[in-house]
Ligand binder design. Structure first.
Ligand SMILES: [Zn+2]
Length: 154
């Protein structure tokens, strides 16, 4: 059985972003409550560290999934706390699908190229371009996140 360890960074709790504190704690509580249903439906590693934080704007993302080679053998998912409920959960689920893709070697990220199901692709760097969302691993992440969202709905 997989486990997701959640960490909320301190600037959200006591620092600059304390206006997001209430929603952050609420989302994390809902997620922890329902996470079993989500884990059962994805092929995930034994442990994942979920970090809920204010992602620096230069990273141009509302969430990031790190493959284990980036972070000392651990899978880490970052989710920006500064989001409304639906987009917060969509981001979180989307990133968990990327962890599944890394874990099953469906998705391998290289320096310049990306390997998806054994086929090489050029990287699309502009996250705001329509080409970015059309990459097959992004389409899969969006599709599966949409399906899994029913477990987190109010
Ligand atoms: Zn993505």
């Amino acid at each position: 059985m997989s486990k997701i360890n959640t960490k909320i960074t301190s600037p959200l709790i006591s620092g600059n972003y304390s206006q997001w504190k209430k929603s952050t704690l609420n989302y994390v509580e809902i997620f922890n409550d329902k996470v079993g249903h989500i884990i059962d439906r994805l092929d995930l590693p034994k442990t994942i560290e979920l970090r809920v934080r204010a992602i620096p704007y230069r990273m141009k993302a509302s969430g990031i999934a790190y493959p284990p080679e980036c972070k000392g053998g651990k899978y880490i998912v970052d989710v920006d706390a500064r989001q409304r409920r639906r987009s917060f959960f969509h981001t979180l689920l989307h990133e968990l699908v990327h962890v599944e893709q890394f874990h099953t070697d469906k998705l391998i990220i290289g320096d310049r190229k990306i390997m998806w199901k054994g086929k090489l692709y050029e990287q699309v760097h502009d996250v705001f371009s329509s080409a970015y969302g059309k990459q097959p691993w992004e389409e899969e992440a969006n599709r599966k996140a949409k399906k899994l969202y029913k477990f987190l709905k109010a």
